[in-house]
Design a protein around this ligand. Structure first.
Ligand code: PLP
Length: 370
C-alpha cells in the first residue's frame, strides 16, 4: 500500500478530471483561433473554462489568462508589470517560491533593486519593514498567499490595502492557497494572482494568471496573439478543461484540517521535534524538524515503506543548500536540514496517518541511535 503525503509538490488527477480529459484529448483537437466549426467549438470550450476559473475567485473572465505553469504566471506578472513602467525597485518576501525569488535575483543582475522583507519566527512578513521599503521608485510588491514549505498564510488583505494606498501594484502567488481558503479578489486588493492546476487535482503544465482590469502588463512571449496578446501560443484545451473541472470539485477543507490537527497532536509526542507550521496556515501542510535526524534520510526510509513525504519544497530537494524558507524563520542549517514536509491529500485517512506516525517514531529512534 502506498501513502501519498506530498500534495504540496503535486496531486494526482481526480478521476473526474481524467474522464473529461480522455474524451477531450480525442475530440477537442480544434484550434480556438480557427474560424471553422471545429475551431469555434474549441473557442467556446476555452471561454467556458475561463468563466469557471474566474468564478472560483470572484473575478471577471476577461481578467483570467491561461499560462503553461504557475512559474510562467509569476514570471509574466512580475516582468510584464516592470516592462509596462519605468520604476526599478521590487519588494518581495524572504520566503517566496523559487519562481519569484530566482527571477528577482536575475533582475538584480540587471538594474533592478530587490528588497526582501524579513519574516518573523512564525514566517509572517514584517509589515513594519514592508512599510519602510515603500518609496516613489517601487514598481511592485510580490508576496505569496501561502508558503509551499510551511503552509503559512500571509495577511494578503492588509498588504493589499497598504499597496493600494500607495498605488503600487501587488502580485500574490496563490498556488498553494487555491481551494484551501476562499479567495475573493473583490475583497483583497491584488492586481495579479497566480493559480496552478496540478496542486488541485488537475493536470500539470496548465495555470492561470488573474490580472485586474486596466492593469498595464506587457507580454514576455510573442507570437500569434493568443490570450489577448498577453501570452501567445496555441491553447492546450484538454488541459484547460481539466483545470476548470478540478477548480469546480469540492475540496474538504474541514476534514483535512481535522486530520492535520490529529497528526500534529501525535507528532508532538516525539521528543525534540519542532513544528515549523503556525496555526494560520493552509489545511494540508505540516512542516517539522526532528533533532538529530537528517531529513533526506528520513524521506528515503519512509519511501521504502511506501510513504511519500518531502523535505522542504520539491523544487529545492536534491540541492545541498538547506531551505532558505526555514532559515528565514531563524532555523539553523542543522534544523533546516532535519525538516520534513507532510502534505495531506483529500483522501488521506486516519489509518494512513497512524501508519505514518508509527514508522516515523520507529525510524527516528533508530536514526538517532546511529
Ligand atoms: N508557487 C508556489 C507557491 C508553488 O508551490 C509552486 C509549485 O511548487 C509554483 C509557484 C510553481 O507552479 P508550477 O509547478 O505550476 O510551475
Amino acid at each position: 500500500m502506498q501513502i501519498y503525503l506530498d500534495t504540496a509538490a503535486t496531486t494526482p488527477l481526480d478521476t473526474k478530471v481524467i474522464t473529461l480529459m480522455k474524451k477531450s484529448l480525442e475530440k477537442d483537437y480544434g484550434n480556438p483561433s480557427s474560424l471553422h466549426k471545429k475551431g469555434r467549438e474549441a473557442k467556446e470550450l476555452l471561454e467556458k473554462s475561463r468563466k469557471i476559473i474566474a468564478k472560483t475567485i470572484n473575478a471577471n473572465s476577461e481578467e483570467i489568462y491561461f499560462m503553461s505553469s504557475g512559474t510562467e504566471a509569476n514570471n509574466l506578472a512580475i516582468q510584464g508589470i516592470l516592462k509596462a513602467g519605468k520604476k526599478k525597485e521590487i519588494i518581495i518576501s524572504a520566503i517566496e517560491h523559487a519562481s519569484i525569488k530566482n527571477l528577482c535575483e536575475e533582475l538584480e543582475k540587471e538594474d533592478f533593486t530587490i528588497h526582501k522583507i524579513p519574516v518573523d519566527k512564525q514566517g509572517f512578513v514584517q509589515i513594519k519593514e514592508l512599510k519602510k521599503r515603500f518609496n516613489e521608485k517601487t514598481a511592485l510588491v510580490s508576496i505569496m498567499y501561502a508558503n509551499n514549505e510551511t503552509g503559512i498564510l500571509q495577511n494578503v488583505a492588509e498588504i493589499g490595502n497598504l499597496c493600494a494606498q500607495k498605488n503600487i501594484p501587488f502580485h500574490t502567488d496563490a498556488v498553494q492557497a487555491y481551494k484551501k481558503i476562499p479567495i475573493d479578489i473583490k475583497k483583497i486588493k491584488v492586481t495579479s494572482l497566480t493559480l496552478s492546476a496540478h496542486k488541485i487535482y488537475g493536470p500539470k503544465g496548465i495555470a492561470a494568471l488573474y490580472l485586474r482590469k486596466n492593469i498595464d502588463c506587457k507580454p514576455i512571449i510573442f507570437g500569434g496573439g493568443q490570450e489577448r496578446s498577453l501570452r501567445s501560443g496555441t491553447e492546450n484545451l484538454p488541459a484547460i478543461l481539466g483545470f476548470a473541472k478540478a477548480a469546480q470539485l469540492s475540496y474538504p477543507v474541514k476534514q483535512i484540517q481535522q486530520k492535520k490537527e490529529y497528526l500534529i497532536k501525535n507528532l508532538k509526542e516525539i521528543p525534540n521535534l519542532k513544528i515549523n507550521t503556525p496555526q494560520e496556515s493552509v489545511c494540508n501542510i505540516i512542516n517539522f524538524s526532528v533533532e538529530g535526524v537528517d531529513g533526506e534520510t528520513l524521506v528515503e526510509y519512509l519511501s521504502e515503506q511506501g510513504i511519500y513525504v518531502s523535505t522542504g519544497s520539491a523544487c529545492s530537494s536534491g540541492s545541498v543548500e538547506p531551505s532558505y524558507v526555514l532559515k528565514a524563520l531563524g532555523l539553523s542549517d542543522k534544523q533546516a536540514r532535519s525538516s520534513i514536509r507532510i502534505s495531506l491529500a483529500k483522501d488521506t485517512t486516519k489509518q494512513d496517518l497512524d501508519k505514518t506516525i508509527k514508522h516515523l517514531k520507529y525510524l527516528i529512534s533508530i536514526l538517532r541511535k546511529l
